[in-house]
Write a protein that binds this ligand. Structure first.
Ligand code: SAH
Length: 235
């Protein structure tokens, strides 16, 4: 269904995602229109295809409909000034969208921390963000891209109002739950051969509830030393 969302331009892709009901909010349209997916792919010919694309190092940039779904489910917590952790930040594309979603009147811009275990991808994502007009946000530390094992989260900047996980964990990693704010929401694919998106909510008293949103197929959240493919075919 969602594969029909492919467009000839970034604006057309975003409009198709909206028309097919993947997201409903004007705020998401604004954020996705500000981030040009062509700045986050290896081959621009496929930039506006609604499919995952290989970015090297066993990783893919997820399909735009999954980024739109994640933004939609996380939206109530993506308020001006919010703090976000993007685990498995890969290309940096979703980090950019999330950054635009937590912007507000001057002085209320929130902060996005992207954590990715392939250092080469961290460097590449910073280049991509700069190409996409977010150089100042990176320089000012409003977007921080760090190399590390995302299963452990990034306690230095915790707690997070929102945690997005872009790779599937066999079970919900305890450190991520601990680093979720009260209240806060996490969007995480969980499972191995069969996976579901779990929406994990922590209320203001610290009570945790989990809801299964949909079946998915994500690359696994792994150990860095298990990566098989280091070289890229093209850059
Ligand atoms: N959301 C990103 C990438 C999705 S692919 C995008 O759309 O561009 C999942 C990413 O998770 C890959 O870049 C992979 O390298 C990373 N990853 C896998 N295991 C990880 C771990 N333990 N810690 C941090 N990142 C991890």
């Amino acid at each position: 269904m969602a594969w029909r969302c492919t467009g000839a331009t970034n604006a057309e892709l975003v409009n198709n995602l909206f028309k097919h009901g993947i997201f409903h909010s004007e705020r998401i349209a604004m954020a996705m229109n500000k981030a040009d997916r062509a700045n986050y792919v290896l081959d621009k010919a496929f930039a506006y295809e609604d499919s995952p694309q290989y970015i090297g190092y066993d990783a893919t940039i997820s399909a735009p409909h999954m980024h739109a779904h994640a933004s939609e489910y996380l939206l109530p917590y993506l308020k001006p000034g919010a703090k976000v952790l993007d685990v498995g930040s890969g290309s940096g594309y979703l980090s950019a969208i999330l950054y635009h979603l937590i912007g507000g009147p001057s002085g209320t811009q929130g902060k996005v921390v992207g954590i990715e275990h392939v250092p080469e991808l961290v460097d590449w994502s910073i280049k991509n963000l700069k190409k996409d007009g977010l150089g100042d946000a990176v320089e000012e530390g409003k977007i921080i891209m760090v190399a590390g094992d995302g299963r452990k989260g990034y306690p230095q900047e915790a707690p997070y109002d929102v945690i997005h996980v872009g790779a599937a964990a066999p079970t919900l990693p305890e450190p991520l739950l601990q680093q979720l704010a009260s209240p806060g929401r996490m969007f995480i694919p969980v499972g191995t051969t069969s996976q579901v998106i779990l929406q994990v909510d922590k209320d203001q008293y610290g009570n945790v509830t989990k809801k299964e949103l949909m079946g998915v197929m994500y690359v696994p959240l792994t150990d860095r030393f298990n990566i098989q493919t280091f070289a890229r075919d093209s850059e």
